[in-house]
Ligand binder design. Structure first.
Ligand code: ZN
Length: 125
């Protein structure tokens, strides 16, 4: 009998597709929101500017996520889903459960984040 924690290849793909659909819907929603805001009182100092920047940042985050989901899906097609792209080790199933789009193990992810933090600093303020 299969342990219930173990998910099949099919389930992984289904999960990724669900995640992808959700992310796309959210992106649509946010882009719609931005479209509605733009052009209203373009000449005045825009009190919603901050909100808009936040939305833009969120869109970028979601686009990144979408990229990861698609990458993970490609890996699932190749049958290497769940294997860290960077070091080739198996990714912790609990991590995959929580973050189905991940293609890196925790160790590599942390290293990548450190590199990103050093390279890209938030501008201004
Ligand atoms: Zn790794």
């Amino acid at each position: 009998m299969r342990a219930s924690k173990e998910i099949t290849e099919q389930e992984k793909k289904r999960k990724l597709l669900e995640e992808r659909a959700e992310t796309l819907a959210e992106l649509d929603h946010l882009r719609e929101y931005l479209r509605g805001e733009v052009d209203a009182n373009a000449e005045e100092a825009d009190p919603d500017l901050y909100e808009r920047e936040k939305t833009l940042a969120l869109i970028r985050t979601l686009e990144d996520k979408l990229g990861s989901i698609e990458q993970a899906f490609r890996l699932a097609e190749k049958g290497t889903y769940g294997i860290c792209e960077r070091c080739g080790e198996k990714i912790d199933p609990a991590r995959l459960e929580a973050l189905p789009q991940t293609t890196l193990c925790v160790k590599c992810k942390l290293q990548m984040e450190q590199i990103a933090r050093m390279g890209v600093r938030p501008r201004g303020r």
